[in-house]
Write a protein that binds this ligand. Structure first.
Ligand code: FES
Ligand code: FE2
Length: 361
C-alpha cells in the first residue's frame, strides 16, 4: 500500500472540544420535501435538538416556527392550521405564521391581559431543488457567510427521494459522504460495484465555495449506473458544508443528479436524504426498480454508521490515515474555518487548495 508516505494523523487534537463536535449552528439544513407541506399541511421536524413546525400559508409563503406553544409548551404541529393561523390544541391560543400571538380565546372581555407581545420563535425557511431548507440559527448573521442552499441546474423529468434516519452523529454521517474508502466494502452489490477488486484511483480535487469538488470522466468508473447513460459521462461530485453531497452527471444533453443531504435531528440522530433527479422521461419507467436499490444502498450506510457510532461512543477518537482520508480531514478544516470566521465576524476563506489524491477502491 502506498499510504505509508502519509503521516499518521489523529483528529483528536485538531478539534475544538465543544463547537467542533456540534453541527454547524448557522447553516441551511434539509427539512424534507416541499410536497410535504402542500395543501395546507403542517410538518413537524427535529432539527439540531430543536422541534420545528413547517408549513405554507394561503398566500404561498413558507413558515418555520419553534414547535412549542409559549403557554404550556404544547406542540403546535398537533393543532390546526387554517392557512393563516395555527391553533394550539391545548387551550386554543392562535398564532400567525409570523409567530405572533393573534388570539387567546379563553380571555374574558373584562380581562385586560395583553397577548400581543407573545410570540413563537421563527426560523428562516426557503425552498430549493424540491426540498425545504431551514436555518436553526438564532441571532444576527451575514447571509454571505452561510453556505448556499443546493439547487438543480436542469429541469428534471422525474425524481426519486428516500429518507433514512441514522442513529449516528451528524459528523460521522457526513464523513460517509466524502469517504471513498468505504464504498468497496459497504456498497458491495452487483448493480453498483460488479468488480470485487480494489483499483488505484487518481482524482483531482478543487476548492469551491464552502467545500470542494472532484471531477472525472466515467471511463474510469465501472458502475452500471453510470453506463446506463451511455457515452462517456462526465461526473462531478461536490461536497459543501454543512453536510451536502452533490453528484452531477452529464452525458451529452442527458443529465442525472444524485444529491445527498445530512440533517442533524439531535445527538446521534441524523436524517440522510437522497434525491435522484433525471432529465430523460424514459427513466421514469425505472422508478419501481430504482427505489428498492436506493433503499438498499442507504441502508448499507445506515447499518455501518450505527455500529461505528457505538464504537465512537465507547472511545470518541478517529485515526484518519492516507490520502483516501484527506477529504474527511478537509471536512473538519472547512467546519473549523466556518466556526472561526463566524466568531471573528469575517468572510469564510476556504483553506483548501487544488490537490490530486490517490487511493484504492
Ligand atoms: S399550551 Fe398552547 S394554548 Fe395552552
Ligand atoms: Fe456510503
Amino acid at each position: 500500500m502506498s499510504s505509508a508516505a502519509a503521516p499518521r494523523v489523529s483528529t483528536d487534537d485538531a478539534l475544538d472540544p465543544r463547537a467542533m463536535r456540534e453541527p454547524l449552528p448557522n447553516a441551511w439544513y434539509c427539512a424534507g420535501q416541499a410536497s410535504a407541506v402542500a395543501g395546507g399541511k403542517m410538518r413537524a421536524v427535529a432539527l439540531n435538538g430543536e422541534q420545528v413546525v413547517l408549513g405554507r400559508g394561503k398566500d404561498g409563503a413558507l413558515f418555520a416556527l419553534r414547535d412549542r406553544c409559549p403557554h404550556r409548551g404544547m406542540a403546535l404541529s398537533k393543532g390546526k392550521f387554517d392557512g393563516d393561523t395555527l391553533m394550539c390544541p391545548f387551550h386554543g391560543w392562535r398564532f400567525g405564521t409570523d409567530g405572533r400571538c393573534r388570539d387567546v380565546p379563553t380571555l374574558s372581555e373584562h380581562d385586560a391581559s395583553d397577548f400581543s407581545r407573545i410570540a413563537v420563535q421563527r426560523f428562516p425557511i426557503v425552498e430549493s431543488a424540491g426540498f425545504l431548507w431551514v436555518n436553526p440559527h438564532l441571532g444576527p448573521s451575514n447571509p454571505e457567510a452561510v453556505p448556499a442552499v443546493p439547487s438543480l441546474d436542469f429541469e428534471p423529468a422525474g425524481c426519486l427521494v428516500l429518507e433514512l434516519e441514522v442513529e449516528a452523529s451528524f459528523d460521522l454521517t457526513t464523513l460517509s459522504l466524502v469517504d471513498p474508502g468505504h464504498v468497496a466494502f459497504v456498497h458491495d452489490t452487483w448493480w453498483f460495484r460488479p468488480s470485487k477488486e480494489l483499483r488505484e484511483k487518481v482524482k483531482t480535487f478543487q476548492p469551491v465555495p464552502h467545500g470542494f469538488v472532484m471531477t472525472s470522466h466515467a471511463t474510469t468508473t465501472s458502475s452500471p449506473v453510470y453506463r446506463l447513460l451511455g457515452g462517456a459521462p462526465e461526473v462531478e461530485i461536490e461536497f459543501r458544508l454543512p453536510g451536502v453531497r452533490l453528484e452531477r452527471i452529464k452525458a451529452g444533453t442527458k443529465r442525472v443528479a444524485n444529491y445527498t443531504f445530512a440533517t442533524p435531528m439531535g445527538p446521534n440522530r441524523t436524517m440522510l436524504t437522497n434525491a435522484l433527479y433525471w432529465s430523460m422521461p424514459a427513466l421514469n419507467l425505472l422508478k419501481p426498480i430504482a427505489r428498492p436499490l436506493m433503499r438498499q444502498f442507504l441502508t448499507q450506510d445506515q447499518q455501518v454508521l450505527q455500529h461505528a457510532q457505538a464504537g465512537l461512543d465507547r472511545k470518541p477518537t478517529m485515526v484518519l490515515l492516507g490520502q483516501g482520508d484527506l477529504p474527511s480531514q478537509w471536512y473538519f478544516r472547512l467546519k473549523r474555518e466556518a466556526l472561526e470566521a463566524a466568531r471573528e465576524g469575517r468572510p469564510f476563506a476556504n483553506p483548501l487548495t487544488r490537490q490530486e489524491l490517490r487511493w484504492r477502491s
